[in-house]
Design a protein around this ligand. Structure first.
Ligand SMILES: NC(=O)c1ccc[n+]([C@@H]2O[C@H](COP(=O)([O-])OP(=O)(O)OC[C@H]3O[C@@H](n4cnc5c(N)ncnc54)[C@H](O)[C@@H]3O)[C@@H](O)[C@H]2O)c1
Ligand SMILES: N[C@H](CO)Cc1c[nH]c[nH+]1
Ligand SMILES: [Zn+2]
Length: 460
């Protein structure tokens, strides 16, 4: 891994942000590849979805909409140990989601003057479950459990067709997980084309599709590679999106007390997702930095996805960041804003409250990232590429929106009518004031006597 040496440097905020390791291929470069895919799906619907399946996933799906029977069959043949793991994960995720459900509340400002806040579930959502280099039944859980806890009425899942399947059905463990969670609307569609399908909807092109294949959704959530993340960015505004949950990242703040072998394991663990995944170690210990490099030299050639891991660790998005002290490590980690941030220091509890930017924080040696990936109960769909500076991971809140209900009665409005009118006049929007005054006085257009009228009506 390359070294970024911050020691002895007193960097401004802008310089520190610029010094952080990022992938060479960002969403702006992928935009040129993704935009034509979105346009084609918008124009040709299911026919384009089949073409892209063939082009990018190497298989032309017979049924773009997965038959419910296929999900039932997948569940029946699911390995019992894997089923137990999935059920444990669902159980823990549901427990956390239950506590996350936001509560309605109201504020009484005076007699007859109340503002209430109601949380409303989003009506229809599209959940993306990745499945290119690896397969992600865990992402079925991470997307679906909070959506269900929020009370979403209609949810659909899209995931790439599986190369090995003659009919182009998605991976069987993904389908079995859908069955466990009771999800019945599943599409064998991956990548940017799936995001387009959710955003614009798609008409069928084969008899088995029916006329409308997929209705458009109100919000798209879920992780994916650079193409998926870019497609989500491009359709955002037209539909809602959760966050840019692109190629995985791990940041680790470690001091001299950390175990270099575990640090190396954790850096490799997330690098195995994608050649574009980022693994970054922030340390003030040159000894730890050297030992981690030694451990990587031993582990990388021996790990299953050695080539992918090597590419990821040697890319511009990965680095060991050498710092003067723990304070500088924390500053750098806050500038990097990792999707996952592990704290491997002598006193992790003193560091956690100082973290301002991270998708999720993993405290101490027994909270490694894969715990959160699969079954800590927390969510693994998290913001990447520095977006954790302003975005949060998936949760029940992602699938709900608060709406304020204004509940004033005659007395409550009367008490501030003249003030509202004064404000409206100051903005040169007098008709706003007239709306309010009309409820209490006869002629709000009679400017000459307006104050008098207001006094007479008891507004002053
Ligand atoms: N941030 C998070 O919360 C989070 C969580 C889990 C996984 N991830 C990330 O999700 C990603 C999963 O990636 P994946 O590739 O395994 O699965 P994926 O489903 O995201 O991507 C596969 C799809 O990419 C498309 N594609 C492939 N090559 C293309 C090309 N040249 N042009 C256009 N489209 C192309 C294909 O349509 C294919 O179906 C990884 O980067 C992983 O790190 C992120
Ligand atoms: N680390 C990934 C991004 O948060 C999630 C994941 C799923 N499966 C394994 N890992
Ligand atoms: Zn992972």
């Amino acid at each position: 891994m390359r070294i970024i040496d911050l020691r002895g440097k007193n960097l401004s905020r802008a310089e520190l942000l610029a010094a952080m390791p990022r992938a060479e291929m960002g969403t702006s470069e992928a935009t040129d590849l993704v935009r034509p895919i979105l346009e084609d799906v918008k124009a040709r619907g299911a026919a384009a979805l089949r073409d892209f399946g063939e082009k990018f996933d190497g298989v032309r799906p017979t049924n773009l909409r997965v038959p419910v029977e296929a999900m039932k069959n997948a569940l029946e043949t699911l390995d019992p140990e894997v089923r137990a793991a999935i059920e444990e994960s669902v159980h823990r995720a549901r427990a956390v989601a239950k506590s996350q459900v936001p509560h309605d509340f109201h504020t009484d400002l005076a007699d007859g003057a109340r503002v209430a806040e109601r949380w409303i579930p989003i009506q229809r959502v599209g959940l993306y479950v990745p499945g290119g280099k690896a397969v992600y039944p865990s992402s079925v859980i991470m997307n679906t459990v909070p959506a269900q806890a929020a009370g979403v009425e209609s949810l659909a899942i899209a995931t790439p067709p599986s190369k090995g399947d003659p009919d182009g059905l998605p991976n069987k463990t993904i389908l079995a997980t859908c069955a466990i969670l009771g999800v019945e609307e599943v599409y064998a569609v991956g990548g940017a084309q799936a995001i387009a399908m959710f955003a614009y909807g798609a008409k069928g092109s084969e008899p088995q599709d029916g006329e409308i294949l997929c209705d458009p959704v109100d919000k798209i959530t879920g992780p994916g590679n650079i193409f998926v993340a870019t497609a989500k960015s491009l359709v955002s505004g037209f539909v809602g999106i959760d966050a840019v949950a692109g190629p995985t990242e791990i940041g680790i703040i470690a001091d001299k007390t950390a175990n270099p072998s575990l640090l190396a394991a954790d850096l490799i663990g997330q690098a195995e997702h994608d050649e574009l995944a980022g693994s970054v170690l922030f340390t003030d210990s040159t000894d730890i930095a050297e030992k981690v490099q030694e451990n990587l030299n031993y582990r990388v050639p021996r790990t299953e996805h050695a080539e992918r891991v090597h590419t990821s660790l040697s890319g511009t998005q990965s680095a060991i960041v050498l710092t003067d002290d723990l304070d500088q490590s924390i500053d750098a980690a806050n500038a990097y804003a990792a999707e996952h941030l592990e704290i491997q220091t002598a006193d992790a509890d003193a560091v956690v409250p100082r973290i301002k930017n991270a998708g999720a924080i993993f405290r101490g040696p027994y909270s490694p990232v894969p715990l959160g990936d699969y079954m800590s109960g927390s969510n693994h769909v998290l913001p990447t590429g520095g977006t954790a500076r302003f975005a949060a991971g998936l949760g029940v809140h992602t699938f709900m929106k608060p709406v304020e209900v204004i509940e004033y009665d005659e007395q409550g409005l009367k008490a501030i009518a003249a003030r509202i009118n004064a404000f409206a006049v100051s903005e040169d929007l007098p008709a706003h004031g007239e709306c309010v005054l009309s409820r209490f006085i006869d002629d709000p257009y009679d400017k000459a006597t307006i104050v008098e009228q207001e006094k007479k009506a008891g507004l002053r």
